[in-house]
Design a protein around this ligand. Structure first.
Ligand SMILES: Nc1ncnc2c1ncn2[C@@H]1O[C@H](COP(=O)(O)OP(=O)(O)OP(=O)(O)O)[C@@H](O)[C@H]1O
Ligand SMILES: [Mg+2]
Length: 226
């Protein structure tokens, strides 16, 4: 199993108040699956994604990634997983504002200590894949929302991760730009990537192999999926 969460809990402490955002999640994701995560605001979707992507660790329960227990990993090991195995895509793109598309996509390759020649080749390859070969020198302020998100997807792909995690990737886009993102995810899935996407966008959710619904920090197995 690629992704295997067992009774995962996440408690946040604010001052003396503890709040359980996840209350015991059992969740398995196979290699190559396309999974949509839905649920009301505050139900724990982003918290779950952060744990799957090793941005955060559970406060109880266990998470095995490719059979390896994530709970026992050092911060260096977690950083390495985030850099190499997982590509993140966020609603607000999270690009470096003063850097060009090329430089933004280059960042994860710099962290991975990829040499200059291979970096350039790889940046051009992934920017071409998302249809931005002619925008490499544009900064975020010089791009449309859809182009910013495609740059962010190229950045997520830079180190050829097996897993793509996206948190409302079309939430800030008009339907045409959103449609392009949906197509790119389809292509990535056909290439064998494992995709987990938080979304309210039916165009994405209906493409997924399955839909996970969260409610109050738990997987909701009852009722309508959307
Ligand atoms: N760092 C934090 N400290 C304290 N509480 C937090 C923190 N992050 C999230 N929470 C709380 O945990 C709960 C789940 O948050 P989360 O961001 O996972 O929700 P979500 O399902 O992604 O919602 P949305 O659809 O609005 O993005 C919320 O009640 C939120 O207030
Ligand atoms: Mg969220």
């Amino acid at each position: 199993m690629l992704i295997d969460l067992r009774k995962v809990e996440k408690a946040y402490r604010t001052g003396s108040v503890e709040f359980k955002a996840l209350k015991g999640i059992d969740f398995e994701g196979k290699r190559g699956e396309y999974i949509a995560v839905v649920g009301p605001s505050g139900s724990g979707k982003s918290t779950l994604m952060n744990i799957v992507g090793c941005l955060d660790i559970p406060t109880a329960g266990e998470y095995f990634l490719e059979g390896q227990p994530v709970n026992g990993m050092t911060s260096n090991q977690l950083a390495d997983i985030r850099n190499k195995k997982v590509g993140f895509v966020f609603q607000a793109f999270n690009l470096l504002p003063y850097a060009t598309a090329f430089e933004n996509v280059e960042v994860p390759l710099l962290f991975a200590r990829t040499n200059g020649k291979n970096r350039k080749k790889r940046v051009m390859e992934v920017l071409s894949r998302v249809g931005l070969a002619d925008k490499i020198n544009n900064r975020p302020t010089e791009m449309s929302g859809g182009e910013m998100q495609r740059t962010a997807i190229a950045r997520a792909l830079a180190n050829e991760p097996d897993i793509i995690l996206a948190d409302e990737p079309t939430g800030n886009l008009d339907s045409a730009s959103g449609g392009e993102i949906v197509k790119i995810f389809d292509e990535l899935w056909k290439m064998g990537k494992t995709i987990i996407v938080i979304t309210h966008d039916m165009n994405i959710a209906r493409r997924a192999d399955r839909i996970i619904k969260l409610k109050d920090g738990l997987i909701d197995t009852n009722g309508n999926m959307l």
